[in-house]
Design a protein around this ligand. Structure first.
Ligand SMILES: [Zn+2]
Length: 426
């Protein structure tokens, strides 16, 4: 049990008992204090369009992209900002203080999706930080005009260059797509985060192109490959070699386990589920984060913008169930995700940024098992959300009490762990 003292936007001290008074004192009552959660891969421009569209009947990625043309063409900047804001606020309540959002840039929506997400980012700058990726969802050569728009997107405020190389018509075009994205990244001194091999097709090999280009440009540590679904059907020897190169060159993996609902739709059982080979990537030394991807859109009807829910699904998809693996999977929405986003001062240590979440749980296992409420989210030393959840059983008269504890009997309330703000904090 420890107290955490915050001064300004930093964690000042962590000790068993801090003396003195602070302007703001939070009594954690034994709850689990954690570094804030990181949403490493989301599409804020598309969130919550589900009610605006017909159902995705085939359930495939291709139909989802096609359906989304309607909302992309029709959505104005304010509407995108409104939908993005709904999910940003929900995620902050779930403990997220840093996001990386891909945003479509193409000739259908132009720069409106980007402008909408930038507006939402500005409107929520007191709650969280959002990295924006200029993402050519429709391809670059397949959608003439996108190359120029990507340059404009970077000038307008996108932070990273995205990509979708497997969406081009052939491997040569895919390689040119990757090369173009790295050219743009060099021009703007930006990191790269691409959608890579988000398909069941065994012959899709654009991850290797991304690794090649990262090595050639010396961009190691600044590149992330998302989804990587085709990896599940590649030959073992090829996977082993490529994962080794990813670790060596410095290409991160962002697994998106919810891709499982769109991949393998045409298969008979056993179906390919498009789950990146997370265990093997971890064993090879690759930095692996995991991200929500979609919230209530044409790809995915569900989604609570809660990284713990995603981590729980990731644990199922990658069969991460030992105590050590449970810590690792929680790290995929915390420390490892922070490395993917290159948040340098992230963590629960003295001197780190004071971005914290306090959970109604005692352990990492319970954080995933119970998906508990988040008592407080703290961003840069300020409490930005507070959740009070009460539940009560209504027993029938004369029912025995044993074996059915009231909420106050649960062990999470048995002791105190204040999270205190030092006098310098606001
Ligand atoms: Zn995605």
């Amino acid at each position: 049990m420890h107290d955490v003292g915050v001064s300004g936007d930093r964690i000042a001290r962590i000790e068993p008992r801090l003396e003195g008074e602070a302007p703001v004192e939070l009594d954690g009552e034994g709850r689990l204090a954690s570094p804030a959660l990181v949403e490493a891969h989301i599409h804020l421009d598309k969130v919550n369009v589900w009610p605006l569209l017909p159902s995705n009947r085939t359930g495939t990625l291709a139909e989802a992209i096609q359906l989304l043309h309607r909302t992309k063409a029709a959505s104005g900047v304010d509407e995108v900002a409104e939908r993005a804001g709904q999910v940003i606020r929900r995620a902050v309540l779930a403990g997220v203080t840093t996001f990386r959002s891909h945003v479509d840039v193409d000739t259908i929506g132009g720069l409106r999706p980007l402008q909408g997400v930038l507006k939402a980012r500005a409107e929520h700058a007191d709650l969280c930080e959002i990295q924006v990726v200029a993402f050519p969802q429709e391809g670059i050569e397949r959608d003439p005009g996108t190359a120029e728009l990507l340059g404009s997107a970077m000038q307008e405020g996108a932070d990273l260059v995205g990509g979708m190389p497997h969406w081009e018509v052939d491997p040569e075009a895919s390689r040119r797509h990757v090369s173009f994205c790295f050219d743009l990244a060099e021009r703007f001194d930006a990191d790269v985060d691409m959608h890579v091999d988000e398909t069941d097709r065994r012959e899709s090999r654009t991850l290797e192109m991304v690794v090649d280009e990262t090595e050639r440009r010396g961009w190691g540590g600044r590149v992330t490959a998302g989804h990587c679904c085709a990896m599940v059907v590649w030959e073992q020897e090829y996977v082993d070699r490529l994962l080794g190169r990813m670790a060596q060159v410095g290409v991160n993996l962002c697994s998106n386990p919810l891709s499982m609902v769109v991949q393998g739709r045409d298969d008979l059982e056993p179906r390919r589920r498009g789950i990146a080979r997370v265990k093997e990537a971890l064993a090879a030394g690759v930095t692996v984060g995991t991200g929500q991807d979609c919230v209530h859109d044409a790809f995915y009807p569900f989604g609570a913008a809660d990284p713990l829910q995603v981590a729980l699904l990731q644990a199922h998809a990658a069969q991460l169930t030992t105590s050590e693996e449970i810590s690792v999977v929680l790290g995929m929405v915390r420390e490892s995700a922070a490395r993917v986003l290159r948040i340098s001062d992230y963590g629960l240590y003295e001197g780190a940024r004071a971005d914290l979440v306090v959970l109604d749980a005692e352990s990492a296992l319970d954080a995933l098992r119970l998906l508990p409420s988040r008592r407080w989210t703290i961003h840069r030393g300020r409490v930005v959300s507070e959740t009070r959840q009460e539940a009560e059983l209504h027993r029938s008269r004369g029912a025995p009490i044993a074996g059915c504890p009231s909420r106050s009997d649960l062990p999470i309330h048995k002791s105190l762990s204040p999270v205190a703000h030092s006098p310098q904090a606001r």
